[in-house]
Design a protein around this ligand. Structure first.
Ligand code: AMP
Length: 518
């Protein structure tokens, strides 16, 4: 099918052609005609599938007629992180270049007055993170009674981050008669219930099964002792044809330590984690996207939504605590039809974490040997799963400067798991893909299958927020974007990352050019 057959207008088609897209992705093929018909959508799709254009393109056409009044946006797109919000805004810029739609982007870390000015001028499209939108709403800077189209993107991420009460409050202020497009990478029961409340006779569109791993990613699992992880990573980076890569660590202090190690080994590396200042994060990210940094060592702040063209590799220096994070991390590569590679370093006693991942993706991740390093085996899982921050790696780690990998410092009790898969034998796997010089490559695996629910989702926490408590609402403690106080100052106390047991935050305050122009 071609874009022309989807019913989009000539200006939008022109912009799509100039962007270089020739064929719609499956989600675009399915969703665009339905959105143009004015129907609600329940979309189950991950980032990387072309999901953003599937709602942005038809919205441009729907909104082409009409004009927004001051402080009364005509459409609203809710995103869980600043970075995703900024990327959606960039999409509107690119695809809407031949339309005269006005936009406003309301995200944390950016001054209120600029955002208020954008609202004052009238926004056909309002793209926001829930917290900042509510801040504007409560200051009386915005009225939502004119919203005709609502997009809730990455709903499961909103749930993870504790934003659902905010989303519910926002939706309660919208007109009942509207078009709602609801997207989520997974459809756990809580999300399905929410969708049932927000949507009216929706058309369901699913393009990849919930929580399935991207089949364009050739995965590999390296089992090494904790003190060999650094050498294993360096050997992998050297032996693979790494165009650009993200190396994920579970803890931000490990990000910094590993970054230093990679630089000492002459690699062009950068670091990204939530303790960095916003300008530093934005600058690093932009350098990485521009190809000025080859290897980005990052915490899970980079696991979702980061859209870097043609990223060749993802390395999990640590096995993520949550299997869903594994899916999101490796989903940074293998995007837009390209093949990507992911390698995960696990220590022998991380069998339970690997087990949970393999159960989720319904695939055995092929073992890969790194020549020169001892082959280790995963120890038999005890059927219990470690929580975030649990000490792993039997011997612990030494300080990186003494030649060992970063280590975790906190320990917490293990959580019981419902069931487990048997660990496959740790055998070297021959390559199906083109073999690298001295690493045995993983073979490609059959498509991963669905998992309907997330029984292991961590409980969400109360946010000590007076507003919510005074209304008897449950409020999350942390949000992706820092809230500003009445003077526009950042409130740093909500800045935490996963290694502290909290949710990851959004990235960057990259403000697309349209805001600067306004
Ligand atoms: P998304 O799922 O919206 O994050 O998009 C993932 C990537 O696919 C982005 O880099 C888009 O620019 C790209 N993309 C979206 N639609 C198409 C298409 N029809 N053809 C090729 N690439 C696309």
């Amino acid at each position: 099918m071609s874009f022309e057959e989807l019913g989009l207008s000539a200006p939008v088609l022109q912009a799509v052609t100039e962007k270089g897209y020739t064929t719609p992705t499956p989600i675009q093929e399915k969703a665009i005609p339905i959105v143009l018909m004015g129907r609600d959508i329940l979309g189950c799709a991950q980032t990387g599938t072309g999901k953003t254009a599937s709602f942005v393109l038809p919205m441009i056409d729907i909104l082409a007629e009409g004009r927004a009044k001051a402080r009364m946006p005509r459409s609203l797109i809710l995103e869980p992180t600043r970075e995703l919000a900024a990327q959606v805004a960039e999409n509107f810029e690119v695809y809407g270049k031949y339309n005269k739609l006005s936009m406003a982007l309301l995200i944390g870390g950016v001054s209120f007055p600029d955002q208020e000015r954008a609202l004052e001028k009238g926004a056909d499209v309002l793209i926001a993170t829930p917290g900042r939108l509510l801040d504007h709403f409560e200051r009386g800077g915005i009225l939502l009674n004119d919203v005709k189209i609502l997009v809730i993107d990455e709903a499961d991420r909103m749930l993870d981050m504790g934003f659902i009460p905010d989303v519910e409050r926002i939706v309660a202020t919208l007109p009942k008669i509207r078009q709602t497009l609801f997207f989520s990478a997974t459809m756990p029961p809580e999300i399905k219930r929410l969708a049932d409340r927000f949507l009216s006779n929706p058309k369901e569109v699913t393009v990849s099964r919930p929580a399935s791993a991207n089949t364009n990613v050739v995965q590999g699992l390296v089992i090494v002792q904790d003190d060999q992880k650094r050498d294993a990573l360096l050997a992998l980076i050297k032996s693979q044809e790494v165009k650009n890569a993200i190396v994920f660590c579970n803890r931000k202090r490990d990000v910094a330590a590993l970054h230093t190690i990679l630089k000492k080994h002459g690699l062009n590396a950068g670091a990204l984690h939530g303790d960095m200042s916003q300008p530093a994060r934005t600058e690093t990210l932009e350098k990485f996207k521009a190809g000025d940094i080859q290897i980005l060592v990052a915490s899970d702040v980079a696991a979702r939504g980061l859209d870097v063209q043609d990223m060749s590799h993802v390395f999990n220096y640590d096995v993520p605590f949550s299997p869903e994070d594994y899916v999101h991390r490796i989903g940074r590569t293998g995007r837009a039809g390209k093949t990507g590679h992911s390698f995960t370093l696990a220590t022998p006693n991380e069998g339970d974490l690997i087990d949970a991942i393999q159960k989720l993706i319904n695939t055995t991740i092929p073992r890969v040997e790194v020549p020169g390093l001892d082959t280790a085996l995963l120890e038999a899982s005890d059927g219990r799963r470690r929580g975030r921050g649990g000490r792993r790696g039997g011997r612990g780690g030494a300080a990186p400067e003494r030649g060992r990998g970063p280590r975790r410092e906190h320990s917490e009790p293990r959580e019981p798991r419902e069931s487990r898969n048997e660990q496959p034998a740790a055998a070297p796997v021959q390559a199906e893909a083109a073999p690298a010089p001295d690493v045995q490559q993983p073979r490609s695996e059959p498509r991963a299958e669905a998992r309907e629910a997330r029984p292991d989702r961590p409980p969400r926490e109360r946010r000590p927020d007076n507003r919510g408590e005074s209304r008897g609402e449950r409020r999350p403690e942390h949000r992706s974007e820092p809230r500003n106080d009445s003077r526009g100052e950042r409130r740093p106390e909500r800045h935490h990352e996963r290694d502290d047991g909290n949710s990851p935050k959004g990235l960057g305050d990259h403000v697309p050019a349209f805001l600067a122009r306004r």
